[in-house]
Design a protein around this ligand. Structure first.
Ligand SMILES: Nc1ncnc2c1ncn2[C@@H]1O[C@H](COP(=O)(O)OP(=O)(O)OP(=O)(O)O)[C@@H](O)[C@H]1O
Ligand SMILES: [Mg+2]
Length: 255
């Protein structure tokens, strides 16, 4: 479904501060699966999502989505198939618009529109139903500006918006990291529900190993721009992952 071939990405090319983040990275993702991506700070998880979404361009290599080469496609074009939720609960929504306006915008992603015309009665009813299904009372805040929502409410809204147009690929970058344990658990459960219902292929970056294992089919660890661990999540114990982190830490201090 997603094929990454010999992907190369460096920052600050030809300068002293040159940093090679990926050198010949290969990765194949099967359709309708959720893959957790873990790895230490700075190992390239967000950069990988940025490359896939088109937020930054690859130096070399190819990114194929359902057999189509999207390596050089603009981010806006890819957005019709690829949705993203960021770690920061402010980043995936428009803070000065209401819940209703944000939903209407997500509903018309990639189309020309007039926001007022968009918010028609039948759409509003549809949005209220979706919000109700989240069970956190967001339907009562439909005319509230998003800047007045809590982090958990904003991430729930971001997730609904990201899944609204049935993307082929959903990119979650530590999307529950800023939430308290209860809100995080709720957003993760809702994520699972939406992914399963709409059969969305998902990449989920997380530093929470337990969540990464519980909510994925496959777990991948990146380190030094390479995949250093790649297994079906059901076959992995949390302690195995912690042991790898410990080993990496030892290597780092030894060098
Ligand atoms: N636009 C950029 N310009 C220069 N360097 C960058 C840029 N974006 C990322 N980097 C560097 O690339 C490396 C990978 O960063 P990235 O944000 O992908 O890490 P990450 O795995 O998401 O880390 P974290 O777990 O802390 O979110 C880091 O060393 C970072 O400083
Ligand atoms: Mg990151």
């Amino acid at each position: 479904m997603l094929e990454i071939k010999k992907l190369q990405k460096s920052f600050n090319l030809d300068r002293d501060s040159e940093l090679i983040v990926f050198d010949q990275l290969n990765l194949n993702i099967e359709a309708n699966t959720t893959t957790a991506i873990i790895g230490p700070n700075g190992c390239g998880k967000t950069t990988l999502l940025n490359l896939i979404s088109g937020n930054i361009k690859a130096d070399k290599g190819n990114i194929m989505l359902n057999g189509v080469d999207i390596t050089n496609e603009a981010e806006e074009k890819r957005a019709s198939q690829i949705s993203r939720v960021h770690q920061d609960p402010s980043k995936s929504v428009s803070l000065n618009l209401t819940v209703l306006e944000n939903l209407a915008l997500a509903d018309k992603k990639g189309e020309k529109f007039n926001l007022n015309k968009l918010i028609q009665k039948q759409n509003k009813d549809k949005y209220i139903e979706i919000l109700k299904s989240f069970n956190i009372g967001l339907e009562n805040k439909i005319n509230e500006k998003v800047k007045f929502l809590s982090g958990g409410q904003r991430q729930s809204l971001s997730l609904i918006m990201a899944c609204m147009k049935n993307p082929k690929l959903l990119l979650l970058d530590e999307h529950t990291a800023a939430l308290d344990p209860k809100a995080s658990a709720l957003v993760l459960e809702k994520t699972k529900e939406l992914i399963q219902k709409n059969r969305i292929t998902t990449l989920m970056v997380s530093h929470n190993i337990r969540d990464a294992l519980s909510y994925s089919d496959r777990i991948i660890m990146l380190d030094g721009g390479k995949i250093v661990f790649d297994r079906p999540s059901a076959s992995v114990k949390e302690s195995e992952i912690f042991d790898i982190y410990k080993e990496k830490l030892k290597e780092k201090f030894a060098s």
